[in-house]
Design a protein around this ligand. Structure first.
Ligand code: OAD
Length: 294
């Protein structure tokens, strides 16, 4: 234990010393960054995919079979995300995006919009799994898409069970999704242009990622050495997001992991060019990115 503690202090000092000279930085973000804002992660004992099968809620087939169920899931997630506030971790990344002395971009798998709300520069923010607040028409011939922050989206999608966010945060209770009703097509969001059913603008399992985002990220990775990737609150189980860590390593960059759960070898400083900061990313990230500290 003592050894781990010593190693963490050593890693922290080394990271901060190094960070001063690192000019091109990428952040890869997952659900753990929003955990302390009260949003549930996907995997693990408290994760969303513990009680629900992602095949039933987050695939094109699921939407085709039961759009009412899938819309209830996304309407609930929109509601919970709108109730949540960006935390100090989101703000630390937002601040880095405004640091003129570096080139920085964030690749986020999160669809909750919290990084944008924390003030992260939009041009440097790649939401590769889309956004809960974008809607797209499902008609093959209609190209309508819109940004939409209305809550509820339709009367039928209003949340029946209101939760007390402040109280729930105090007790550590996470919001739960419970599908309550069968919904008809006309009770769901319809395209204002052609009247066809709209869908959430997120990327589902089995779908390809937005090409423009992938291109933007590739351009950054190919236009010079990348010094560092910050890997924040992600289990790294979903491709291609998890591939970026290896790509940065191959480009000679270092890796800094911010997670509540980190492998012992990383914590002990035994993995080359890799730092590990164990704990809530909303605490460790602002601490580590603080450049004018001691
Ligand atoms: P996961 O739920 O797979 O992983 C969350 C990670 O965050 C885990 O490694 C936790 O240990 C860590 N964690 C939890 N709380 C934390 C905290 N307070 N501070 C730091 N770390 C914390 O979520 P993602 O990796 O984001 O995709 O999942 C990736 C993708 O799989 C998601 O975008 C989603 C999901 O299925 C789609 O829906 C397409």
């Amino acid at each position: 234990m003592k050894f781990i503690h010593h190693s963490m202090l050593k890693q922290a000092a080394e990271f901060q010393e190094c960070l001063r000279n690192l000019k091109r930085i990428v952040a890869l973000v997952g659900a753990g960054l929003s955990a302390s804002s009260g949003l549930p992660v996907f995997r693990g004992s408290q994760g969303l995919w513990k009680n629900f099968n992602m095949i039933d809620l987050a695939t094109p087939d699921a939407f085709y079979i039961d759009p009412g169920l899938v819309w209830q899931f996304y309407a609930w997630r929109r509601h919970v995300a709108l109730q949540a506030q960006p935390n100090a971790g989101h703000k630390a990344l937002a601040a880095l995006s405004h640091d003129k002395s570096r080139e920085f971009l964030t690749i986020t798998q999160n669809v909750d919009g919290l990084l944008a709300r924390a003030g992260h520069r939009q041009r440097q923010l790649y939401e590769i799994h889309g956004s809960l607040f974008e809607l797209r028409c499902t008609s093959f011939t209609c190209t309508h898409r819109e940004k939409n922050y209305e809550d509820p989206l339709t009367e039928a999608l209003a949340q029946e069970e209101e939760f007390d966010r402040e109280a729930d945060m105090d007790t550590g209770k996470l919001p739960q999704f419970t599908p309550t009703k069968e919904l008809l097509g006309e009770e769901l969001p319809l395209c204002p242009v052609c009247g066809t059913l709209m869908r959430p603008g997120v990327v589902w399992f089995g779908e390809s990622l937005p090409l423009r985002a992938l291109d933007g990220i590739d351009n950054f990775l190919e236009s010079g050495p990348v010094d560092l990737i910050l890997v924040i609150g992600t289990s790294g189980t979903v491709y291609p997001a998890n591939g970026y860590v290896e790509r940065v390593r191959q480009l000679g960059g270092k890796v800094a992991i911010f997670n509540t759960d980190i492998e012992a070898e990383v914590l002990a400083g035994q993995v080359a060019d890799t730092w590990g900061f164990q704990g809530d990313a909303a605490v460790t990230l602002p601490e580590m990115l603080q450049l004018d500290g001691p």
